[in-house]
Design a protein around this ligand. Structure first.
Ligand code: HEM
Length: 493
């Protein structure tokens, strides 16, 4: 009999392996969106409080919802047949439980073990340098609201389809004793960077997002290899980046397993507002401070993110030329951060073997912090990124950051605290080494010195200190667990 450990050890070839009854039952029991992003362009997140409900009522609610939740197998099958005529893959629905839901279940369920999950995101505020919870946003995050105990994620192919799903789910929840605290809606944004080129998914600052992902389906790895050629990156001695990760880094045994292959995943949700106009103005100011003019001015933003808006990694190129954006690169040829500064968002959050000079290439310790990101922009309007210079939104838009992982402490919290917020990462620990400063996109906390990073102008020239921070504001969030479907179906029976 296949063991869960064995299944999670190496990439899963689902099309062949799903012929095997055990792998099929593993995929049928796992929720959708973990092994692979759902890919729908519209989402709705319903945040739910179970306050005041008894154990039996909570268990009955979860059992009733279990049939509503999409399995990984169903997602993979519909994605495959979505090439068929007039079929768009249909809805994907996930049910995530916070520690409050497990507390409400009392003796009926064991609490998942992650310490951050058990404490909840509000209790981690100081460590994450988040604003206090009473200064978060509206809706579910209104001051005085309890932390959400559960979240329903509804994804579909159109805004109206999600609206219908939301209405049906909210109507159904009404009368169960559960209370809807608020709803967040996600809408993918797209940009076409070249005439005739593809529409690329972007975040609100205008940059291609979701390009670098850990992959744990063999089919996805083959597609990535075909797309990137997985040739050595153009800079010769560059080592490249291996996108293959063991599924065990994102999926673990469900502590309430009803059968031996029942698995789940921790899930982080954060509503991150983006001050787009202020960010764009600061990009222009940085370009000026670095003496970058004309088309070269784009390089300022590229150094903030680590990629040009079209996704071209700045470590590989002086301009936005790569289509499609490569992901098979490392920073081996840029040990001093002269092309891609150490503070740039993607270098901070995935140092690709350069986190300390002592780590060997592709060190597993470093790779172990990578998460499966599943975020989507929020803000109802469809943006026209080329036409609105100077008129960009100032707030009310942003990113619903979502990610799956096997350890919230070791992956999300480590990345945010020890890397993004840490002015002494990637450099600054050794005597005489200048601190790096915080991540200019998501870094939080620290004093003015931590928010002032050194920016390169070229070999042999002194670095230019310039403060780039505070354009992303945390507005609410919680830690969840995506339990197995069999647990949802059978809890309390
Ligand atoms: C509004 C907030 C955020 C924005 C605008 C943003 C933007 C981006 C962009 C444009 C990329 C490059 C495209 C790609 O490689 O996928 C990226 C990559 C990435 N981001 Fe973020 N991000 C945000 C929040 C976060 C948070 C909260 C984390 C984790 C704590 C995070 C972790 C990462 C990681 C791990 C990568 C991939 C790096 C790599 O593998 O090279 N991001 N982000």
């Amino acid at each position: 009999m296949a063991q869960l450990d064995a299944i999670l050890r190496s990439p899963i070839r689902w099309m062949d392996q799903a012929k095997d009854a055990e792998i099929r039952s593993f995929l049928d029991d796992l929720q959708a969106n973990i092994l692979k992003g759902h890919g729908r362009h519209f989402t709705g997140n319903i945040f739910i409080s179970l306050e005041g409900m008894g154990e039996a009522a909570v268990a009955a609610l979860l059992r009733d919802l279990s049939g509503y939740v999409t399995s990984a197998l169903q997602q993979l099958r519909t994605a495959r047949s979505s090439a068929g005529p007039g079929f768009d893959g249909g809805p994907v629905r996930c049910l995530l439980l916070g520690a409050g839901a497990y507390r409400a279940l009392g003796q009926l369920a064991a609490m998942p073990g992650d310490a951050a999950f058990q404490a909840g995101m509000r209790a981690r505020q100081a460590m994450l340098a988040d604003p206090p919870a009473n200064a978060w946003g509206e809706g579910a995050w209104r001051p005085g609201n309890p932390a959400p105990d559960a979240m329903l994620l509804l994804a579909n192919s159109s805004f109206d389809a999600v609206t219908r799903d939301l209405e049906a789910a909210e109507g159904w929840l009404d009368g169960t004793g559960a209370r809807v605290l608020g709803v967040e809606r996600g809408r993918a944004q797209f940009r076409q960077f070249r005439p005739g080129g593809p529409q690329e998914g972007v975040e609100h600052f205008g940059y291609v997002d979701g390009r670098s992902q850990p992959l744990f389906l063999a089919e996805d790895l083959e597609r990535e290899e075909a797309a990137s050629g997985q040739e050595p990156a153009p800079t010769g001695a560059d080592r490249g980046f291996d996108p293959a990760f063991p599924p065990s880094q994102f999926i673990l045994a469900d502590p309430n397993a009803r059968h031996p292959l029942a698995a789940g995943s921790y899930f982080v949700f954060r509503k991150l507002e983006q001050r787009v106009r202020a960010f764009k103005q600061q990009e222009a100011a940085l370009a000026e401070a670095l003496g970058l003019t004309g088309a070269d001015a784009e390089r300022a933003g590229a150094m903030v993110v680590g990629r040009f808006e079209d996704g071209t990694p700045v470590v590989l190129s002086d301009d936005a030329t790569a289509a499609p954006p490569p992901n098979n690169f490392s920073y081996a040829n840029d040990p001093q951060g002269m092309r891609c500064p150490f503070q740039s968002h993607i270098r901070k959050t995935n140092p690709r073997g350069e986190s300390t000079p002592k780590l060997p290439p592709g060190a597993p310790e470093e790779r172990s912090h990578i998460m499966a990101r599943r975020g989507i922009p929020f803000g109802d309007a469809v943006r026209d990124f080329e036409a609105e210079e100077g008129q960009e939104p100032e707030g009310e838009v942003g990113l619903l950051f979502m990610a799956y992982m096997a350890s919230i402490v070791g992956q999300f919290e480590f990345t945010q605290q020890a890397w993004a917020n840490n002015p002494r990462f990637l450099r600054g620990l050794a005597a005489g080494e200048a601190p790096t400063g915080i991540d200019p996109v998501i870094g939080q906390g620290g004093d003015q010195a931590a928010r002032t990073q050194d920016w390169p102008v070229g070999e042999g020239k002194p670095m230019v200190p310039f403060a780039f921070a505070d354009f992303v504001r945390m507005q609410g969030g919680e830690y969840f667990f995506a339990p197995s479907r069999s647990f949802l179906r059978e809890v309390g029976l």
